[in-house]
Design a protein around this ligand. Structure first.
Ligand code: 6PG
Length: 465
């Protein structure tokens, strides 16, 4: 009973996390539903095997951990988590801590934290894929602060480091950590979609070969767009299929999968009335991408769009600037949603700390997050697009975004996320919009009343009967 911590679920992420914990000097006991998996994992742990206690039953797992115990669950989100908690809790002491480190819906985490009552429970969002889990993920924690403090030494040790700061932060009670992870994933979707849209312009609008596209992303990764997603997009574009010798991108079907975290973010944003159109567009784009046959029928019926941009219509520099503007707008939306959720759920979500925890280890890590952390630290409630540094960047780059969206529209290249980013920007700088018409319509058909510019609310128009 000397393991510092236990871990249940030795799938890809669980196994990587367990090795990371052992590698950082914490003895760990592990258990998997299938004992063969546990044995294989232990046999493959190499030098770290001595730090790892493989166990065959939950009882044995529990008996292997030092008290008060802490056990990480790395099982698939959903019912499996509830089932695992139900099986484990009766074997534990009242002060033993269960930590759900899967991609839970934060509503489930709120519910589980409530159901746990005084029994210790944490829900932590872990980002960074397998590589991150093994060598340093970004960790977003939720639950009672005292429980976080009990394991923060382990979580800080295994987390990614930005300079010397560990990317592991307690966000608030209940599902706060999983909520922040959900917004992370929403931004992830939009960032990926915007990159894919720019790829489409290079491929279809500019006739660039995958290798040249790969080089372009690689070059951008040396500039202000420096980020993990731009970096890997360059590598994806440059890769060759070992089977056919063709560029990998040519052999991958254009129908994107999703496990649902982006969708949760969008649904929640609607409940909160938090506008995150670029993220919504990215989820919609994934849904549309799966309608492969319908799209092919559409191409047969309506004909393919012209696509090809006349020479010199857009430069790669313009594309880079457009992507920068789009990216800032997408982050601005994500952070704005966090502010709204914080108010609505009674959390005090630490915005600058969130930007900081995303600076290393996670999928959306990028150079821009440093400046975002600073900007959010100056004024937490302000939309990021109004922070001087980002306002300047938008002033410098929104015309590039406009050029790209306009040219793409003229040539039939769909840019759902970038164009919604532009519409968001233009909406946010329109002091007098067009909702007066909506209010007129609502009053006309439903006598809903409107506010007048010269004062007062609940007015009605002379629509007659
Ligand atoms: C991360 C990712 C990860 C996510 C997968 C799959 O931060 O490491 O967000 O947690 O679950 O990338 O996501 P989709 O299947 O929804 O694309």
């Amino acid at each position: 009973s000397n393991a510092r911590i236990g871990l249940i679920g030795l799938g890809t992420m669980g196994a990587a996390l367990a090795l990371n914990i052992a590698d950082n000097g914490f003895p760990i006991a592990v258990w998997n539903r299938t004992t063969a998996t546990t044995q294989e994992f232990h046999a493959g742990a190499g030098d770290l095997a001595g730090m790892i206690t493989p166990t065959e039953t939950l009882e044995e797992l529990v008996a292997s951990i030092a008290k008060p115990r802490a056990i990480i669950l790395m099982v698939p989100a959903g019912q499996a988590v509830d089932d695992q908690i139900a099986a484990l809790r009766p074997l534990l002491d009242d002060d033993d801590l269960i930590i759900d480190a899967g991609n839970a819906n934060f509503h489930d985490t709120n519910r589980r934290a409530d159901a746990a009552g005084d029994l210790p429970f944490l829900g932590i969002g872990v980002s960074g894929g397998e590589e991150g889990a093994r060598f340093g993920p970004s960790i977003m924690g939720g639950g009672k602060r005292a429980y976080w403090d009990r394991v923060s030494d382990v979580l800080n040790a295994i987390a990614a480091k930005h300079d010397d700061t560990a990317c592991a932060t307690w966000m608030g009670e209940g599902g706060a950590g999983h909520f922040v992870k959900a917004v992370h994933n929403g931004i992830e979707y939009a960032d990926m979609q915007m990159i894919a849209e720019v790829y489409g312009i290079m491929r279809d609008g500019m006739d660039m070969a995958p290798a040249a596209i790969g080089e372009t992303f690689a070059a951008w990764d040396d500039g202000p767009l420096k980020s993990y997603l731009v970096e890997i997009s360059g590598k994806v574009a440059a890769a060759t299929d070992p089977k056919t010798g063709k560029p990998m991108l040519e052999v991958i079907v254009d129908a994107a999968g999703q496990k649902g975290t982006g969708r949760w973010t969008v649904i929640e944003a609607q409940h909160l009335a938090a506008p995150i159109p670029a993220i919504e567009a990215a989820v919609v784009a994934r849904n549309l991408s799966s309608q492969l046959e319908t799209r092919q029928a559409g191409e047969a019926l309506f004909g393919a769009a012209p696509h090809h941009l006349p020479h010199d219509t857009l430069t790669l520099g313009t594309l880079e600037q457009a992507l920068m503007a789009g990216k800032i707008l997408c982050y601005a939306q994500g952070f704005d949603m966090i502010v709204k959720a914080s108010e609505s759920f009674g959390w005090a979500l630490p915005l600058p700390e969130i930007a900081k925890v995303w600076r290393a280890g996670c999928i959306i890590r990028s150079a821009m997050l440093d400046d975002m952390a600073t900007a959010l630290g100056e004024d937490t409630g302000r939309n990021l697009m109004f922070a001087p540094r980002f306002a300047t960047l938008l002033q410098e780059n929104h015309n590039a975004l406009r050029q790209v969206v306009a040219q793409a529209a003229l040539h039939g290249l769909p840019l759902p996320a970038l164009s919604s980013g532009l519409a968001y920007f233009d909406t946010m700088r329109t002091g007098r919009g067009t909702a007066n018409m909506i209010q007129g319509q609502r009053d006309f058909f439903g006598a809903h009343g409107f506010a007048r510019v010269d004062g007062g609310s609940g007015h009605h128009g002379p629509w007659g009967s």
